[in-house]
Design a protein. Structure first.
Length: 216
């Protein structure tokens, strides 16, 4: 189901700064088409599904044009965020956006593949939560995220309309150390997963292997 159409808002000095940043992102092709307010509403629904707590560390994988990552960083001032994307052009834009929005003290922008970053000592099992809006297939999201999540850490994934739990099969998730905890919201809807067990050092595999031989 499409989000309801909303009339355009006045654009000017009074507009929320993060909206101005996202408009620039869209103009440069980093954010998909559509009303910016609808992108923001979707990101804030994502935030309600995730509810990151003060003092926690979260990562937005495939941060792209800044949603939901920039919205999370703006709306949850007590949380540390990493915005991760493989595109240098996108991460250069995000780094400028983080600076312009005054978020540099608790928001870091990284360039690289999530499957590689998840093997680095500073990031391996270092996050209380991971969020994903349009990173890839469920199998790719799960495998890359599990290397970032600490025990009891949560993965919150934006789901397409009509999606259900069958996209997250129990056996391969168990192989990774993940459990599907259900769905949050209606439109938009989000899958909620939790890392409940140790993860093999074999995961995540290199990105090419994840793409060619998905676990499910």
């Amino acid at each position: 189901m499409a989000l309801p159409h909303r009339p355009p808002t006045h654009r000017g000095a009074s507009e929320e700064p993060v909206l101005q940043v996202l408009r620039r992102s869209q103009q440069q092709g980093f954010l998909g088409p559509g009303d910016i307010l609808e992108h923001v509403e979707h990101a804030r629904a994502h935030g309600r599904a995730a509810t990151p707590g003060a003092g926690e560390r979260w990562c937005d994988i495939g941060s792209g044009g800044g949603v939901p990552g920039l919205i999370f960083a703006t709306d949850f001032p007590g949380v540390k965020f990493v915005l991760l994307d493989r595109s240098k052009r996108r991460t250069e834009f995000l780094a400028d956006a983080v600076r312009d929005l005054g978020l540099s003290d608790r928001t870091v922008v990284l360039t690289g593949d999530a499957s590689d970053i998840a093997r680095h000592m500073d990031h391996r099992h270092a996050y209380d939560g991971v969020v994903s809006r349009a990173f890839g297939s469920p199998a790719a999201v799960a495998e890359c995220s599990v290397g970032l999540l600490r025990l009891s850490g949560r993965l919150i994934v934006s789901e397409p309309p009509g999606a259900d739990a069958s996209r997250w099969p129990e056996t391969p998730l168990h192989q990774l150390g993940l459990v599907h905890r259900g769905m949050s919201g209606t439109t938009p809807r989000f899958a909620v997963l939790e890392r409940t067990a140790e993860t093999s050092i074999d995961y995540p595999r290199p990105w090419k292997q994840i793409r060619k031989r998905p676990l499910f």
